[in-house]
Design a protein around this ligand. Structure first.
Ligand code: CP
Ligand code: NVA
Length: 310
């Protein structure tokens, strides 16, 4: 049974295959070609955190593929009242064909996969955000025509986004430089993985150094969901880690900027840079839909033509 629990579990070939399927699904969608690759299938969407993009893109994506999606908010199900994940997994596996879950602990997502018998898709945990990074890689390839050999730079918190971008970039042949303050580094498991890639990965303190000649410049909020109470302290720690025009002047001339959204203008990114790169950022947001449709087809209908042909 194949899942998308984290990009560390996927090969570079898995990632490229899903990006190819996503490109085709985007082409079909743009050209009014409607193929019901998931006709009659159901996806449960468990949310223990807020969401705009993930919720809407999975729900609409499932509809467009001929299936149905159920929104399962933790506070309106027994999950919020402490029903063990082992039991939830075994019950939902009998009703559904796949589960997307957004939660805090990565261990909860892994436990769903271990105890259930249907594909599990990670829609964000504190550890990683693989669906977002697939959409990011899709967007980079659209703008740059390739991934291999490009330089990505991430400035800011060593959070779920930084973790997944490091893995996604290295697995697809990109190099990546990250700049983060002391105490806000990416997860040890990710640093261990990156060690095997030599100078294709560097972790620096100085954003100006990390962004040198970068083809893609990325940031994310300084306080992620669940860290709201530490927001002030974190804002102080991240002073100097903003993407602004001085930073962009050091990147490649044709560098693109990505942000998973929601963005906090004048914190991690200036309004000026955000608006100058709004085309890329909103294409990235749209690509959540196409990339996730590709993930669902890949995991939930691996015998379909579109999966076999790519
Ligand atoms: N980028 C992202 O995952 O957005 P949502 O939190 O709105 O789903
Ligand atoms: N790092 C952010 C990403 C939101 C899509 C968070 O976890 O809140």
């Amino acid at each position: 049974m194949k899942h998308l629990l984290k990009l560390l579990d996927w090969s570079g070939d898995d990632i490229i295959k899903v990006l190819n399927i996503a490109d085709q699904l985007k082409y079909e969608q743009r050209n009014g070609i409607s193929k019901k690759y998931l006709e009659g299938k159901s996806l449960g969407m468990i949310f223990e955190k807020a969401s705009t993009r993930t919720r809407v893109s999975f729900e609409v994506g499932m509809f467009q593929l001929g299936g149905t999606a159920l929104f399962l908010s933790s506070d309106k199900t027994q999950i919020g009242r402490g029903e063990p994940v082992q039991d939830t997994a075994r019950v939902l596996s009998r009703y559904l064909d796949g589960i997307m879950i957004r939660t805090f602990e990565q261990a909860e997502v892994e436990a769903l996969a271990e105890n259930g018998s249907i594909p599990i898709i990670n829609g964000l945990t504190d550890f990683c955000h693989p669906c977002q990074v697939l959409a990011d890689l899709m967007t980079i390839r659209e703008y740059k025509g390739k991934l291999n050999g490009l330089k990505m730079c991430f400035i800011g918190d060593g959070n779920n986004m930084m973790n997944s971008l490091i893995v996604g970039a290295l697995k697809t042949g990109m190099s990546i430089s990250v700049a983060c303050p002391e105490g806000y580094e990416p997860d040890d498991a990710v640093l261990d993985f990156a060690k095997g890639f030599g100078d294709k990965f560097e972790m620096l303190r100085n954003p100006a150094e990390a962004v040198k000649n970068a083809d893609v410049v990325i940031t994310d909020v300084w306080a992620s969901m669940g860290q709201e109470e530490e927001a002030k302290q974190r804002a102080a720690a991240f002073k100097g880690y903003q993407i602004n025009s001085d930073i962009m002047n050091l990147a490649a001339n044709d560098a693109i900027v990505l942000h998973c959204l929601p963005a906090h203008r004048e914190e991690e990114i200036t309004t000026e840079v955000f608006e100058a790169h709004a085309d890329e950022i909103f294409e990235e947001a749209e690509n959540r839909l196409h990339a996730q449709k590709a993930v669902m087809v890949y995991l939930m209908n691996s015998e379909s033509d579109i999966v076999r042909d790519h």
